[in-house]
Design a protein around this ligand. Structure first.
Ligand code: ZN
Length: 302
């Protein structure tokens, strides 16, 4: 390989409403980008394949493809169902072999992981988690999900973490809303996702002012979940993004309440004295996912 060789990757951020595809190698070297509405797996992946084929004709062959996708999914390369979406309430997507649909057209390594693990890796490579060995990336938006990077590796375990579905305390007097999760009703996601906010208050979160009581409640649920993650994984930093998680007025409430739930038990200065540097917004803004897909592609070659 020549020293000036710049690898070319395909990157996919697969979301529940849209797929973002990009070609390039790094935040400052994105050479093409496209978005497609998420419809059926066959139609959506056909758009991705067509776009990548066109770009390969212009720029040359890709070295690898990184695919950060909504889940649940099978990220284990040793599994028979690697590259599949696992059973999901999303119509048409259960058991879709989305990586197989790429493999038919591209004979290169494909790294496949959850959207939030991808975003975590992007933040480690270029964003707010540079130099950290153990940290969490949490997105709070339409749904809630978390990626974990532990001792230098993305955490998968049995399948992959589902941090949105942890159980939090639900005071039915303060918050009579029964919850919106189809599996657990009032799990963390069921109480604190964008969907839950809209169902509880009858308005989208983006229409609720910063002094609305919704936000104190929201910060409380997020802080409970973060406190659980701090106790379980001992992250060196927590990055919180997503449409709700990125709200500027919410972050100080989340920081203060998380410190409150931990209540001095974790004797670390970064929690006791500098929590504003411990729970932070993404360094890559809303680009953690697609840039994380590039980072996944890089790792596929190693
Ligand atoms: Zn749930």
């Amino acid at each position: 390989m020549k020293n000036d060789h710049v690898p070319l990757y395909g990157a996919i951020e697969g979301g529940g409403t849209k797929f973002i595809c990009a070609v390039g190698a790094a935040p400052k070297n994105i050479r093409a980008e496209a978005r497609f509405e998420t419809t059926t797996p066959e139609e959506t992946m056909a758009h991705v394949v067509d776009f990548f084929k066109q770009q390969e004709e212009i720029m040359g062959k890709f070295s690898a493809i990184g695919f950060a996708c909504f889940g649940p999914l099978d990220p284990d390369p040793a599994s028979n169902t690697f590259g599949f979406i696992l059973p999901t309430p999303k119509p048409g997507w259960s058991n879709a072999n989305v990586v197989g649909m790429l493999r038919d057209s591209f004979d290169v390594p494909v790294a496949f992981d959850t959207d939030v693990n991808g975003a975590a890796l992007g933040e480690w490579r270029w964003g707010a988690a540079q130099g950290r060995k153990t940290f969490i990336y949490l997105t709070v938006g339409t749904g809630i999900g978390g990626g974990a990077y532990v001792e230098g590796n993305l955490l998968h375990g049995l399948i992959h973490p589902e941090m949105g579905h942890v159980i939090v305390r639900h005071d039915m007097e303060r918050d009579p809303f029964k919850g919106a999760c189809p599996f657990h009703a009032d799990c963390f996601e069921g109480l604190a996702s964008g969907v839950a906010i809209e169902k509880r208050w009858g308005k989208r979160g983006s229409l609720l002012p910063a002094d609305h009581p919704a936000w104190d409640l929201e910060a409380d649920y997020i802080a409970q979940a973060l406190s659980n993650y701090v106790m379980t994984l001992s992250p060196q930093r927590i990055i919180i993004g997503g449409g709700v998680g990125s709200l500027e007025h919410l972050l100080p409430k989340v920081q203060e309440k998380t410190r409150g739930y931990i209540n001095g038990y974790i004797q670390s200065p970064v929690i006791l004295e500098n929590i504003e540097t411990y729970i932070v917004h993404p360094g890559l803004g809303n680009r953690s996912g697609i840039l994380g897909a590039f980072a996944l592609a890089e790792e596929a070659l190693q």
